[in-house]
Unconditional design. Structure first.
Length: 338
């Protein structure tokens, strides 16, 4: 074997090895489950597999041994082909880089919070958890009760895939929960009973809580996204409450107007108006959202950061300034909105 990938003339690169799908994906049980995803899930639900594929293929940075299984062949192959094309074209941004930065940002914030004195044993709620496997991969969750909320069919399929892994000797070692407990709560967060369902499942309203809303808000209609944020903000009056969430700005929603709905150009203004006294906003490429992936000053994200946030079109070429904001907001009973 030479050091060239002859098909594409790409040099071999340990960062991007050839795609090798795990044997487990080809067992009958797992094939059947992934066929259900293809045949029965809508694009909203399938987005859970796309993000898992991103974590699986950026494995040189993200340790998520269950991501291949949870993503499935279709989404792994499709993202792999995009990455290959980007490499052939020497693209400044390789497909999935936003997802990699986003995952690492949420990981680092969850870890920092759980290592802090106040949030040491906080419960952690993942709204729109999809194929997230943090309850199996983050050791910092060892003292936390974790809740994953998503549609019933998403949670059922996830449980079936994990069950298949449990029954296979190869994957068994990855299936130990690192969280103190993990509870799956089937609910639609557009309905008004999701909080009640969470409480019936063991969520304690008065206990310090980290709410993780990763890749979920922009799929919701405006009124529902605002309502969910308000419900979480109300918890600031009861206990120490932290929200970690990503927000699209308006131009980003034009990437797929049929799928993306909610946006905020100024989440740092919106969240205080909903009841969070403290808000810290980061953009991809900022010091806490960099992870060694943003060295090139001509990178799309660095170019965006050099423009005022109010600018909605690139001055050079008129293309929309699509931004993803990573936001940490918090509040406690003894704090008031300044
Ligand atoms: C892009 S995925 C993100 C999954 C996960 N947070 C991650 O980052 O990998 C969006 C997830 O939100 C879930 N979702 C979307 N709308 C929802 C709703 N109204 N209620 C519950 N879950 C929802 C979808 O089923 C999907 O699993």
């Amino acid at each position: 074997m030479s050091d060239q990938d002859h098909e594409n003339g790409l040099p071999e690169d340990p960062t991007w090895p050839e795609l090798k799908l795990p044997d487990l994906l080809f067992t009958n049980a797992v094939r059947e489950v992934h066929a259900t995803i293809e045949n029965e899930w809508d694009p909203l639900q399938r987005s859970a597999c796309q993000t898992a594929a991103g974590r699986a293929l950026w494995k040189h940075l993200i340790h998520d041994p269950l991501a291949d299984l949870l993503a499935g062949e279709t989404y792994l192959t499709s993202l792999y082909e995009k990455i290959k094309k980007d490499r052939i074209n020497n693209a400044r941004e390789v497909s999935g880089v936003i997802l990699a930065v986003r995952t690492l940002w949420f990981d680092s914030k969850i870890e920092a919070l759980l290592n802090s004195f106040t949030m040491k044993e906080a419960q952690v709620v993942f709204l729109g958890a999809g194929m997230d496997a943090r309850a199996y991969r983050l050791n910092c969750l060892k003292d936390s009760n974790v809740f994953e909320v998503d549609f019933p069919k998403v949670l059922q399929v996830k449980a079936s895939l994990l069950q298949a892994a449990m029954e296979s000797k190869d994957e068994h070692q990855h299936l130990k929960e690192t969280a103190k407990s993990l509870t799956r709560v089937a609910a639609d967060i557009r309905e008004n009973d999701w909080l009640e369902k969470l409480q019936i499942s063991g969520f304690m309203p008065e206990k310090n809580t980290i709410w993780v809303l990763e890749g979920i808000l922009y799929y919701l209609p405006h009124s529902h996204a605002t309502q969910v944020l308000k419900i979480i903000a109300e918890k600031c009056a009861l206990t120490h409450t932290v929200l970690l969430a990503d927000f699209m700005n308006k131009p980003s929603t034009t990437l797929s107007e049929s799928i993306f709905h909610f946006y905020s150009d100024w989440p740092d203004h919106l969240l205080p108006s909903l009841g969070f006294p403290h808000v810290k906003l980061s953009q991809i490429g900022d010091p806490d959202a960099h992870f060694g992936l943003m060295h090139d000053p001509q990178n799309l994200f660095n170019k965006l950061r050099s423009l005022p946030r109010s600018v909605q079109q690139h001055p050079d070429d008129g293309t929309p300034c699509c931004r993803l904001y990573l936001v940490q907001a918090s509040g406690s009973p003894n704090q008031t909105i300044p």
